[in-house]
Write a new protein. Sequence first.
Length: 138
Amino acid sequence: MNRKKILVVDDNLVITKTLSMKLESAGYQVIAATDGSEAATAARKEKPDLILLDISFPEPGVGGGVQWDGFKIIDWFRRLEEAKNVPVIVITAGEPEKYKSQSLSKGAIAFFQKPIDTKELIDVIGKTLNSGSKVASV
């Protein structure tokens, strides 16, 4: 059986682990990334069928690095051949009135506020992956 792959991009390991367990129990293969660099690498290597993406990421620590946010990561995905057409669902604890319209205008197919209703999320994922078309935003 060829299970659909979902890339979960979130710096919170508790959320990543919880979502991974719920998605795997729903029959999906899960790949996790904690920042934009890991997400771009995973997208190239794993070629996910769908991406769950947080918006907020911590500032780089000692030594600097790229300051990622979900919108920059979406921009990166749209430039990657392996991810440019992959549906993205935004998951965030940030203010919905601040992030929802920006997420959808960047091409996200849905927006979920944390804490996430995983039953509803899995339903949207299933509809998206089974229809091959965009699902109305949540």
